[in-house]
Design a protein around this ligand. Structure first.
Ligand SMILES: [Zn+2]
Length: 584
């Protein structure tokens, strides 16, 4: 996702948004990998900032239902004026006219079935979607082929897609072509594109021919499959991709390239000359992320990963994920923190969630951004090129603290602007806490099994929970108490009571989340006793003999509960009495 939004703005969610909940889940639909394929021929005109394209779109009805209509997504319509759902939520130009350089749009010029029957005349537009009635219903398992012609007008980049950079010669081309909407669980996904939200896509194949002026270097998703020089001073580059949900490319005459192979995967970096000093770090982070994530969850399933470095004045294109292609950027969140590592590791994490488990990112963003932030946080904690555990936990906790009372499982559009960081950080810290409770290997194994079960399908939150609980037992504390409510994790130890016969330790659960927690008691003799409390009651009293009194009591002594923000009351002892006066 767009990281600038995440880091710079922290606003509160509206209370009405908290009350509104998503619809109950319908049974999972088991979709096969190849639902939709695209064969495209597109030409970028860098002067007019337009793309003229044609596509042959093949769609196979994946459902048991007969479909009388289909829906196409036309994302660039979000930028056509300030009245779209996206623009109203974005709010930057409220009450004003959208400056012309920021206008983006997409116009379908022709739409026919492959047999030539016109569908455009009966099609209707709503916000960022086109409804297309079919002359003949599409039966379960039946395919249709559409021929679509269109023109895309790219905006000056301010959100994910468009042009910028030196003399406006850098183009990030994303969300840019007529795309099939998803039919899943008995209905078309016709939610308009929201400012916070990203995407929900079917899997399929892409075969794309991109024509650009011959001086331009193209960083395309998928795998390069040839290039030809044209007589008119342009070149046409072909890219193919299988088992993916989207296709994007970036291009500028300024790109320099480096390609390495790591673990059998080609990692292609397209970087700008002014960022040459960062090339080594880009490649090192990417290689280590692919290696670690692959060892945790299962190998990256594609032959190539492309990393696009964006210009400093086009950073709105940075920090975004597409299948087999991520954009990142050089930057800093402090002298000891590599912003490049943070963004790159996060976007590569998306190559697992949702690029292999195509969840509905708009309706359930925690399954996408949350799982990814957990994954990349663990990268930053463990990796050679990371930050170390303490720094990344502190960073995630600072994001989470900005809205710790918010659920993490709301639809993306119910979070007001910067409050969306909670989806990332609260989910990440919750899963990291689960890791502490059940053990690293058990959680990674459970998440790998979730991926195996749902790879190239459309799981939802209930599926994710069921997959984890299948291996780890009841996780009500995580899913009910914590993720989908305002509950927090907060334990405390009250002062040790020493009576004539007993040392009494009392632990209180101050938060609503009933997560199991370790309690460590240290006796005067130096002996220790560790036990786990299930946290079900609101308090626990432990009695020990006064003959070897308790001198220190700690709750969560090894800091397994990464989501606990208030730790100052997690231990009490009598040890302070032994400190020199000056140190008190
Ligand atoms: Zn993201």
């Amino acid at each position: 996702m767009r990281y600038r939004i995440l880091i710079l703005f922290v606003f509160l969610i509206s209370s009405s948004a908290i009350l509104a909940r998503s619809a109950p889940a319908l049974p999972t639909q088991q979709l096969a990998a190849n639902v939709v394929s695209y064969r495209m021929d597109v030409r970028l005109d860098p002067v007019s900032k337009t793309i003229v394209g044609t596509e042959r779109l093949t769609y196979t009805n994946p459902s048991p239902d007969t479909l009388g209509e289909i829906w196409l997504r036309l994302y660039l319509r979000a930028f056509r004026d300030t009245n779209t759902v996206w623009m109203r939520e974005y709010g930057r130009w409220n009450g004003t006219t959208l400056p012309s350089e920021y206008v983006g749009d997409i116009t379908v010029s022709s739409l026919t079935l492959a047999n030539g029957i016109d569908l455009l005349a009966s099609a209707t537009l709503t916000d960022t979607l086109m409804r297309v009635p079919l002359p003949q219903p599409l039966l379960p398992g039946q395919s249709l082929e559409l021929d679509v012609g269109w023109v895309s007008k790219l905006p000056h980049v301010f959100a994910r897609t468009g042009y910028g950079g030196r003399n406006n010669t850098f183009f990030m081309v994303g969300q840019w072509y007529p795309k099939m909407a998803v039919y899943d669980r008995g209905r078309w996904d016709t939610e308009p594109w929201h400012s916070n939200a990203e995407f929900f896509n079917d899997f399929g194949t892409y075969d794309v021919r991109v024509t650009v002026p011959s001086a331009y270097v193209v960083a395309g998703a998928g795998v390069p499959a040839g290039a030809v020089a044209n007589a008119d001073g342009t070149q046409t580059l072909r890219f193919t991709a299988d088992d993916v949900t989207d296709f994007a490319f970036a291009t500028t005459p300024d790109f320099q390239t480096r390609v390495i192979t790591s673990g059998g995967v080609e990692i292609a970096l397209y970087y700008l000359p002014e960022h040459a000093a960062a090339a080594d770090e880009y490649l090192a982070v990417a290689a280590e992320a692919l290696q670690l994530y692959g060892s945790w969850y299962g190998a990256y399933p594609h032959p190539r990963l492309t990393i696009v470095d964006v210009p400093d004045d086009a950073q709105a294109a940075g920090g975004m994920e597409y299948p087999t292609l991520v954009t990142s950027e050089v930057g800093s969140v402090g002298s000891n923190y590599s912003f490049l590592a943070y963004v790159t590791a996060h976007e590569i994490g998306h190559q697992w969630w949702p690029m292999q488990t195509a969840t509905n990112e708009a309706a359930e963003p925690w399954l996408d951004e949350g799982l990814t932030e957990y994954t990349s946080s663990r990268y930053l904690a463990d990796a050679t090129h990371g930050w170390g555990t303490d720094r990344v936990v502190a960073f995630e906790q600072s994001l989470y603290a900005s809205g710790a009372g918010l659920p993490a499982t709301l639809p993306a559009w119910q979070y007001m602007n910067g409050a969306y960081v909670v989806v990332y950080s609260k989910t990440a810290l919750g899963l990291w806490t689960l890791e502490g409770v059940v053990g690293t290997n058990r959680l990674r194994h459970a998440m790998a099994d979730y991926l195996t079960q749902y790879r190239f399908k459309h799981p939802n939150g209930a599926d994710f929970r069921a997959a984890l609980e299948h291996e780890l037992g009841d996780l009500g504390w995580l899913f009910d108490d914590y993720l989908s409510s305002s509950g927090v994790i907060d334990y405390a130890v009250t002062p040790i009571e020493q009576t004539n016969v007993a040392s009494i330790v009392r632990v209180a659960r101050k938060g609503a989340v009933r997560v199991p927690v370790d309690i460590l008691v240290t006796f005067k003799s130096g002996a220790q006793q560790l036990q786990t409390w299930d946290g079900q009651a609101t308090s626990l009293e432990l009695n020990f003999s006064r003959s070897n009194p308790v001198v220190l009591a700690q709750v969560d002594p090894s800091r397994k509960l990464k989501a606990e923000l208030s730790r100052l009351d997690n231990q009490v002892g009598t040890w302070q009495m032994r400190l020199p006066i000056a140190a008190r």
